[in-house]
Design a protein around this ligand. Structure first.
Ligand SMILES: Nc1ncnc2c1ncn2[C@@H]1O[C@H](COP(=O)(O)OP(=O)(O)OP(=O)(O)O)[C@@H](O)[C@H]1O
Ligand SMILES: [Mg+2]
Length: 72
């Protein structure tokens, strides 16, 4: 499988974000603590397996929002 694009909406700390993965074979996620690196991995896990780091689905919904969306 070659993921080409991730779309996030109200997922963890992300409001709206789109990540273009087209043509990327190997990537390093670099950023400050709390910047949202692991959240992007959770996006992959949630989209494929329906689960991630947190035990409850509600934990993945951005604080103050009612629902979240991820597309892979
Ligand atoms: N439901 C939520 N709503 C809003 N923000 C959230 C939610 N859950 C987690 N966060 C915040 O998301 C931010 C990003 O977390 P994440 O774990 O992706 O960062 P990271 O870049 O992997 O950090 P580290 O380098 O410490 O591993 C954190 O500041 C965290 O408080
Ligand atoms: Mg992390």
């Amino acid at each position: 499988m070659q993921p080409v694009r991730m779309t996030l909406e109200n997922f963890l700390s992300y409001g709206k974000a789109e990540v273009d993965l087209d043509g990327i074979q190997v990537a390093a996620l670099i950023g400050d603590n709390g910047a949202g690196k692991s959240s992007l991995l959770d996006t992959l896990l949630w989209a494929i397996y329906g689960q991630g780091r947190a035990p409850e689905a509600d934990n993945f919904v951005r604080q103050g929002e009612e629902q979240a969306l991820v597309e892979l």
